[in-house]
Design a binder for this molecule. Structure first.
Ligand SMILES: [Mn+2]
Length: 294
């Protein structure tokens, strides 16, 4: 699989010059996957990656809050992955192959979705490397633990069920759980921190961190945020997480464990508003900083 960096004129993540076609020599690769063929409600997240990349040019790279500077990171933004027309399963396999190819060269991938089903691809590639030392931390409004949804095991509503078949998981911020999923959680026994339990609290973070393996993958479904923070998602859910809450958790994870990959999924741009994509872009730099500069 050949990997191409985007042309310089396209502008990469952060508006950074993309003069680095050789990804052997970068700190991080941004992988846009504009695909939303596995959504259950509103399509549109295929427009997410481009909107986040465009907004990212307007984010200040010096992070005064954390005292780190993402300017020092070498980041290559790859060309968007084209979906496989034969369907979600084939598209996930394609992304997995590409992801695997990138991992052979670059250390860290930030994937931009696209719908949440694509996380399975990243986790499959990483689980092959890290085996039982990988925990997937999911920030999401939904548990996404259905075995099958709308007749498909690849629906974005099933993604964490596919992920837990490959790695340990921790779920944070969930507030929409079906009866079937609640039963599965009880049986599985993995840690779940519903939004209503962790609002305005930080005392759960320490015990949560202790349960993580050495290597952590962070998957951010942008609907984890309260819709007042990120309104541009396909399945908004009230009662969500705050900016400070999400960024603090990610920073704490980065300070205690090795973050080996991350994604930001399900952004559905709202015409005329840049609030959601700008927040996502800024979060992308927070993730890169927590993973690579802490
Ligand atoms: Mn999700």
């Amino acid at each position: 699989m050949t990997l191409f960096a985007k042309n310089l004129s396209d502008g990469g993540f952060g508006g950074l010059e993309n003069s680095q076609p050789d990804i052997n020599d970068v700190d991080a690769v941004v992988l846009p996957v504009p695909y939303d063929g596995a959504v259950s409600y509103m399509p549109g997240s295929r427009l997410g990656p481009a909107a986040i990349i465009e907004a990212s040019a307007h984010v200040e790279l010096y992070d005064a809050q954390w005292g780190v500077d993402c300017e020092q990171l070498k980041i290559a933004t790859l060309n968007p992955v084209e979906p496989d027309v034969s369907g979600p399963g084939a598209t996930i396999s394609r992304v997995e192959n590409i992801y695997d190819g990138i991992l052979r060269k670059a250390g860290f991938v930030l994937m931009l979705g696209g719908d949440h089903s694509l996380t399975t691809a990243a986790v499959t590639a990483l689980a092959k490397r890290f085996k039982s030392t990988l925990t997937v931390v999911q920030l999401d409004a939904h548990a996404d633990l259905r075995d099958i949804y709308q007749s498909s095991p690849y629906s974005h509503a099933c993604v964490m069920r596919r992920v837990i078949e490959r790695a340990a998981i921790v779920q944070i911020g969930v507030r929409n759980i079906s009866r079937e999923e609640a039963g599965f959680i009880k049986k599985s026994g993995h840690p779940v921190y519903p939004a209503w339990e962790i609002a305005d609290r930080t005392d759960w973070i320490g015990p949560m961190l202790e349960g993580l393996s050495e290597h952590v993958y962070i998957t951010v479904d942008l609907d984890c945020f309260d819709p007042s923070v990120v309104p541009g998602v396909g399945t908004p859910e009230p009662g969500g997480l705050t900016w400070a809450g999400v960024t603090n958790v990610i920073r704490m994870i980065g300070s205690k464990r090795k973050i080996v990959g991350a994604d930001m999924m399900e952004l559905m741009p709202i015409p005329g508003s840049v609030q959601s994509e700008f927040t996502a872009a800024k979060l992308g730099f927070k993730i890169l900083a927590a993973a690579l500069l802490s």
